[in-house]
Design a protein around this ligand. Structure first.
Ligand code: DHE
Length: 569
């Protein structure tokens, strides 16, 4: 800055002399020296202005670090570590500078109609943090390091080797009706007995732990944290605990197991957000077997993408394969794990940006949200191809794993709600017996509000449940809606307000399908007031509250062993 100002002063001084020279010349002839000097002045002034405006975005190292953590926690999932955009738009500095501070502040504070939560309005971040983030996103994003096999292996720990583990359950509880509950902001997993509702064990897990899946036998729980740390919990232990752990990447959201006949409990796989890669693990010890990068080219324009993240993963029942959804490139990879050190990969062109999804009731078709294009891609796991792309008619479909039931008019259907719209799209899934409805939206049902994340039902239930934790209206964040499967056209059957704090998020049935568990996700800081969270157990027959499991630290996802193993939703 100082150098630029000196340069500017020198040029101005030189120009003053130039003006005198000019006066002595013939008036008609423009002086070429002065012309050149004017250009130099313009250039220097522009550079000085740029430097001045850039100083507005300067953050102290402490502020930068604070923003890096907030960005990782709240923004990277949708916008990407490199901020190239995915579910949310591109946040690279040039794009951001064009928007201006006020607009950026409003986006972060109030959110957008397209599904971005109002982080400030919801009380997640303060005014001061909002202002810092406005500056942060106008700076270049820090590029995190790579995480190769040496580092993966270095993080691997077997806490209890298989030969030292119990040979049968050391308790009388029904393992099939146990629940693994994510205590998100505590970085823990609670194991809860579904019959007695006792919290049997609370186990440390990864940072901002995200989901769990179960081994095919139902004995092991595999969790994944946002820091890429996978933990393996043995439910046969008197007090279930971690038997192995490993860090497969630095940022991750998905994990699954081998489910095909003959491969039960043999393997696991972790999908990485950063670095963009997946790691195949031994199912009994988590020993890493193979690491594969997902770097590549977008399916349609074939442009290189530096951050194609692994979103949802499901295990095929038709072949020893995982279905990996590569978010940014819009490809579905069928990964053949029959020879895990030499995995086969079939790449299927689908749509952008692939996120979450689940099986239809036959488990032949996998339906996954392509949320940038408001579509659901349907993958046929038997024929190993794209069966259809369904336009949902809503903004940002977000099914979780979706919900399956038999519609009285259209036969077997699967449904998704939306983050950016107050509609549920019901899609026909039976091309054999109901070809006219297959892969079409057969019903569009009004929901209470936009900001829906999950939908759930059970084959034994007559209801479909829908949450709206990201609603712009605070009352809907703690309310769930219930629909009657036999009369979806009537819209919401019952609206149930569950709490006066936090967010009501994610439903899960018990094994019998007669209870629905719903999390109230509060603030970790409100634990002393008893408002960090709880689970509300609903009676699925009466739609009344059956009981509450209190004093849980920020519960989000809940996974019943039997339903997760058998993909019941
Ligand atoms: Fe999730 C599933 C990614 C925010 C709770 N979430 C998924 C899946 C993906 C994903 C790819 C599918 C996993 C699978 O099936 O293998 N989630 C992301 C994000 O990128 C995002 C949008 C932003 C982020 O920064 O992480 C995000 N997710 C959230 C939340 O804010 C939730 C509500 C609480 C939390 O963990 O922070 C949340 N996501 C869940 C849950 C599931 C999930 C409970 C599993 C649903 C199921 O029933 O299977």
């Amino acid at each position: 800055m100082r150098e630029l100002l000196i340069a500017l002063m020198l040029v101005v001084a030189f120009m003053a002399g130039g003006t005198q020279v000019e006066a002595n010349e013939e008036a008609a002839k423009p002086n070429p020296v002065v012309k050149e000097l004017k250009k130099v002045v313009e250039k220097v002034t522009k550079a000085a202005t740029e430097v001045a405006s850039e100083t507005e975005f300067v953050l102290t190292p402490e502020e930068f670090e604070k923003c890096r953590v907030i960005y990782f926690d709240r923004c990277a999932g949708c916008h990407g570590v490199l901020r190239k955009g995915a579910t949310g738009p591109d946040l690279t500095p040039n794009q951001m500078k064009r928007k201006g501070n006020k607009k950026l502040r409003d986006f972060i504070w109030f959110g957008t109609g397209g599904g971005m939560p109002g982080w400030g309005k919801m009380g997640t971040i303060t005014r001061e943090e909002t202002d810092l983030l406005v500056k942060y996103i106008q700076n270049e994003p820090p590029v995190p390091p790579q995480w190769d096999m040496k580092k993966v292996k270095g993080s691997w720990k077997v806490i209890i080797p298989p030969e030292e583990r119990p040979t049968k359950p050391e308790h009388d509880r029904d393992v099939d009706n146990m629940f693994a509950v994510i205590l998100r902001d505590a970085g823990q997993i609670a194991i809860i007995d579904g019959d007695t509702k006792e919290v049997v064990s609370t186990i440390d897990s990864g940072y901002a732990v995200h989901i769990v899946r179960m081994s095919m036998s139902g004995r092991y729980v595999y969790s994944i944290g946002r820091d890429g740390k996978a933990t393996m919990i043995d439910l046969w232990m008197k007090k279930p605990d971690t038997v192995a752990e490993i860090r497969c990447s630095l940022d991750a959201r998905s994990i699954d197991v081998s489910k095909f006949k003959g491969y039960e409990d043999k393997l696991a796989v972790v999908g990485g957000y950063w670095p963009p890669q997946f790691v195949i693990l031994d199912g009994a010890t988590l020993e890493p077997i193979k690491i594969v990068s997902t770097l590549g080219f977008t399916y349609d324009t074939e442009e290189f993408h530096p951050e194609p993240r692994v979103a949802s993963i499901v295990a095929s029942h038709f072949a020893p394969e995982w279905v990996l959804n590569i978010k940014e490139t819009g490809q579905v990879w069928l990964v053949d794990y029959s020879s895990p050190s030499n995995p086969g990969i079939k790449m299927i062109e689908a749509e952008r940006f692939l996120h979450d999804g689940g099986w239809d009731s036959t488990k032949r078709y996998f339906l996954v949200a392509a949320n940038a294009r408001n579509k659901i891609a349907v993958i046929d796991a038997k024929e190993k191809k794209l069966a259809a792309l369904v336009e949902t008619g809503g903004i940002k479909p977000h099914p979780g794993r979706g919900a399956n039931w038999v519609d009285p008019e259209f036969g077997p259907v699967w449904a998704s709600g939306h983050i950016g719209d107050s509609v549920v799209s019901v899609i026909g899934t039976d091309p054999e017996n109901h070809p006219d409805s297959a892969w079409k939206v057969v019903r569009t049902i009004k929901s209470l509000s936009s900001g829906n994340l999950f939908i759930k039902t059970h084959p034994n239930s007559k209801w479909v449940w829908l949450d709206t934790p990201l609603s712009k209206k605070s009352k809907y964040r703690t309310t769930v809606a219930v629909y009657d499967k036999a009369n979806m056209a009537a819209g919401v059957f019952k609206e149930i307000k569950l709490a006066d704090y936090g967010k009501a998020v994610h439903m899960e049935y018990n094994k019998a399908g007669d209870e629905v568990w719903i999390s109230i996700w509060g603030n970790l800081g409100d634990a002393e007031k008893g408002k960090a969270g709880e689970i509300v157990v609903m009676d699925d027959k009466t739609l009344e509250v059956k009981t509450r499991i209190p004093n849980l630290l920020t519960p989000t996802g809940k996974f019943n062993v039997y339903n997760t193993v058998h993909d019941l939703y």
